[in-house]
Ligand binder design. Structure first.
Ligand SMILES: Nc1ncnc2c1ncn2[C@@H]1O[C@H](COP(=O)(O)OP(=O)(O)O)[C@@H](O)[C@H]1O
Ligand SMILES: [Mg+2]
Length: 338
């Protein structure tokens, strides 16, 4: 109750002055305690806008997601999906105007000000990036163990010293994503889909109650994409972990997520059961990316075609860079001249 009154007072003050008042750390303390163990929404976003220079990436976004949901965030490139997900973990601050972002009942940002206890809140949030974000030169198991760094003493985290039960826990997480056989392999030698499943295991070891996945399958082929999406769904169903996954490909949203939120130019233009995403709605949501889409054109294959072209271009780029580094290797060792 005290928290509610405090928040209302703060928002009222901010509204009346049109400028948020300076927030102090104590303003957030009650939130940190109140959020524990209760059935708060997993995510509660109110009136969030975000402007980069002259470009408004988010316009007055409000949405609530319950604990245990698996929700797709869909929209054309540049519609604001990444910005919204980054706001939820305070990697980006929203505009300083009356607004709030709460995750698991705890305030991440209030009126564009970050909670000074954000590290504690982040401990419950797993973030999965499109580019996997594993340390390539380290074995997969070590990468997964880094998910525990927030919970081990500083001296141990500095030398990456993990106990037997911690290693066992990380191996169990790898087994759950079908990656136990690759535990000792360097992350850089794994395929994209395997690295992404390693990143999911890291979130499991972290004990994340909510996973935010930003286009986790954008650079993967269909088989790896399916494997990653099935892994996310398994964790959602078996562990009750809330999952918000931004997807460019609507067909995966339809297959794996009961609810979708559609963004267009930073505004929520759809929020409901994924099965209600009709062709006219999809044409509306993706119109900014493909220009005016004529009636009768299959928007799903248009999106799938664009995705395939992207994956192919990335594969070619990776092959070119591999070729470049191997010829550089031969030049440097002069073995090529023999
Ligand atoms: N760090 C940034 N600096 C400037 N503009 C940005 C930045 N991040 C995102 N934007 C802009 O905000 C808009 C939304 O971007 P983004 O959230 O990445 O969209 P999406 O993830 O849906 O492709 C785009 O117009 C993008 O150019
Ligand atoms: Mg993005």
């Amino acid at each position: 109750m005290a928290r509610l009154i405090k928040s209302v007072q703060t928002i009222k003050t901010a509204s009346s002055n049109h400028l948020p008042q300076e927030l102090e750390c104590r303003d957030f303390h009650l939130d940190l305690e109140d959020g524990k163990g209760t059935m708060n929404p997993a995510v509660d976003v109110r009136h969030v806008s975000k402007t980069f220079g002259k470009n408004q990436a988010l316009h007055d976004v409000s949405l609530q997601i319950d604990q245990g949901e698996m929700v797709a965030l869909i929209g054309a490139s540049g519609s604001g999906k990444s910005t919204l997900l980054q706001n939820l973990i305070d990697l980006v601050s929203c505009d300083k105007q009356p607004s709030s972002i709460k995750v698991l009942g705890r305030t991440v940002q209030l009126n564009g000000e970050s909670n000074c206890n954000i590290r504690k809140i982040r401990a419950d949030i797993g973030f999965i990036f499109q580019q996997f974000n594993l340390v390539g030169r380290l074995p997969l198991l070590t990468n997964v163990l880094t998910g525990m760094l927030a919970n081990v003493p500083v001296y141990r985290s500095m030398i990456r010293w993990f106990t037997y039960p911690e290693r066992k826990h990380a191996m169990e997480a790898l087994a759950r994503v079908s990656m136990a056989d690759y535990a000792t392999q360097r992350a850089s030698t794994l395929s994209g889909g395997q690295q992404q499943r390693g990143a999911i295991a890291r979130a499991l070891v972290q004990g994340a109650k909510i996973i935010l996945a930003d286009e986790p399958i954008a650079s993967l082929d269909p088989a790896s994409s399916t494997h990653v999406m099935e892994t996310l769904r398994k964790i959602n169903k078996e562990d009750g972990v809330t999952i918000i996954v931004s997807l460019h490909q609507v067909d995966y949203a339809m297959k794996y997520c009961e609810r979708s939120i559609g963004l267009k130019k930073g505004k929520v233009v759809f929020d409901g059961p994924t099965e209600e995403l009709s062709m006219p709605l999809l044409r509306e949501i993706y119109g900014t990316e493909f220009g005016d889409i004529e009636e009768g054109v299959d928007i799903m294959s248009l999106i799938a075609g664009r995705h395939e072209a992207r994956v192919k271009a990335k594969k070619e780029k990776d092959e070119r860079s591999l070729q470049r580094s191997s010829s550089a290797f031969w030049r440097e060792t002069r073995l090529g001249e023999v």
